[in-house]
Design a protein around this ligand. Structure first.
Ligand code: ADP
Length: 418
């Protein structure tokens, strides 16, 4: 029989657990729309049924005089299953409804107008039913009005669904963020420990090499010195590689702490000369320091600035067989912002135009490793990241076989630093 609840869509008169979670604003809206449906159609009874996991349950009603609403719900389930409006002017005259217990007894229902709640491309979300106890026809305006109310209910359900999704996404995001913070912290601890674990034995090796060098010299065992020097050089190289990798890992684990302070530019540039002097020794390389007068102070992280300059200068020296290495410092303007431009120029092997874009990538070495220049391919990648954190950048121009110019631009003031 049509009005019986089917097995696929069973009527669920008792409050579904989900209903407890339904906000009162939503309940109020459903009550209002159901009441409006009854008023619009001038009928004493109206009910709104919603589908939830294959069951229809009563979300709102007007004029029901019973505790058990399941016989009423069966009208709604018929409409939901058909997914099209259903209208009867006299249920008692319809063979499919004539035997319905609410037609034969109780309120003795007669007229029915019911519409499904449109699901977005899917099955209906429920049904809105209006019932009268006298046989009657509904007007075209009333039919259209009932359809419009059903659309309103469906729109409200869709809004609720999106809000629920958003709330779930917010929970997921918060969880992901908490996990990221925890793992970043674990990474920090790991890096600090690794740095210590690697540096300690390496420093012991370097200390022993120094001791051996002194002892070998004192004992007149000069033939051992080249081997001791190899131990020393390799150890220092390993320290540099570890520092680079730890720097990169720290940068990726999160933004490193920057310590801003005013630094006098000219003395810092002069300091760089002293720092690279050992690398220039016994090399056919001229050193030039060109400082514009009145450079003044720069407010920045001095340690990071020194590290970047040292990296650019070491590269210039490493990739230049003969000629000149120059550090030129001047004031530059971009709009109303003032920068200090540190330019490191060399007359070395240069870089092919099509390779310039690879320079700042992690672990990228532009020249053939077989030439024995050494390095990790991390120095420039790290330097550019630091420069950008300090609100500036590193620019490059170069000509193969003629030399390169790397320019570090940093804002004079602390604005723009991350
Ligand atoms: P590393 O020097 O440790 O290999 P860098 O990131 O500092 O790593 O440099 C990446 C590559 O860029 C170098 O291997 C080299 O091929 C090229 N390069 C950097 N500076 C210069 C320079 N002044 N002249 C020529 N090539 C350079």
């Amino acid at each position: 029989m049509e009005w019986a609840a089917s097995s696929e869509l069973e009527a669920k008169p008792a409050a579904a657990p989900e209903r407890a979670a339904v906000g009162s604003a939503r309940e109020q809206a459903f009550d209002d729309l159901t009441r409006l449906a009854a008023t619009l159609l001038g009928a004493p009874i109206a009910l709104l049924a919603l589908v939830d996991e294959g069951s229809a349950w009563l979300a709102a009603s007007v004029g029901l005089d019973v505790v058990d609403a399941s016989p009423y719900l069966s009208f709604c389930t018929s409409v939901i299953q058909r997914d099209e409006p259903l209208e009867r002017s006299d249920l008692a005259a319809d063979p499919r409804f004539a035997a319905h217990p609410l037609v034969t007894a109780g309120p003795r229902l007669r007229a029915l107008a019911a519409v499904p709640l449109p699901g977005l491309g899917g099955p209906p979300l429920g049904a809105l039913c209006v019932l009268d106890v006298v046989p009657r026809r509904f007007t075209e305006d009333q039919r259209r009005g009932l359809l419009a109310l059903a659309r309103q209910v469906a729109a409200r359900l869709e809004l609720d669904r999106r809000e629920r999704e958003l709330a779930e996404q917010r929970v997921d995001l918060a969880r992901a963020r908490a996990e990221a913070v925890t793992s970043a912290r674990a990474k920090d601890v790991f890096l600090a420990n690794m740095g210590h674990e690697l540096r300690t034995p390496l420093n012991a090796i370097l200390g022993c090499a120094e001791l051996l060098r002194e002892e070998a010299t004192a004992a007149g065992l000069g033939q051992l010195l080249p081997d001791i020097q190899t131990v020393d050089r390799s150890g220092r190289h390993l320290v540099a590689v570890i520092e680079d990798i730890l720097d990169l890992a720290r940068l990726e684990a999160g933004v490193p702490q920057l310590r801003r302070e005013p630094v006098a530019v000219a003395p810092l540039a002069e300091e760089m000369e002293a720092a690279v002097r050992p690398q220039l020794r016994n090399r056919p390389l001229r050193w030039r320091l060109a400082l514009e007068p009145g450079l003044g102070d720069i407010t920045t992280d001095a340690t990071k600035l020194r590290q970047i300059l040292l990296n650019l200068l070491s590269n210039a020296i490493k990739f230049t067989a003969r000629g000149e290495i120059e550090l030129a410092v001047r004031v530059a303007h971009e709009g109303d912002r003032e920068f200090i431009a540190f330019r490191v120029a060399d007359t070395g092997i240069g870089i092919a135009a099509d390779k310039l874009s690879l320079l700042f990538r992690d672990f990228s070495q532009v020249h053939d490793a077989r030439h024995g220049y050494g390095g990790t391919g991390l120095g420039l990648a790290i330097s550019r990241r630091f420069a950008r954190l300090l609100g500036g950048d590193i620019l490059v121009d170069s000509e193969l076989g003629r030399g390169s110019r790397f320019t570090l631009l940093l804002p004079r003031g602390p604005q723009g630093m991350s």
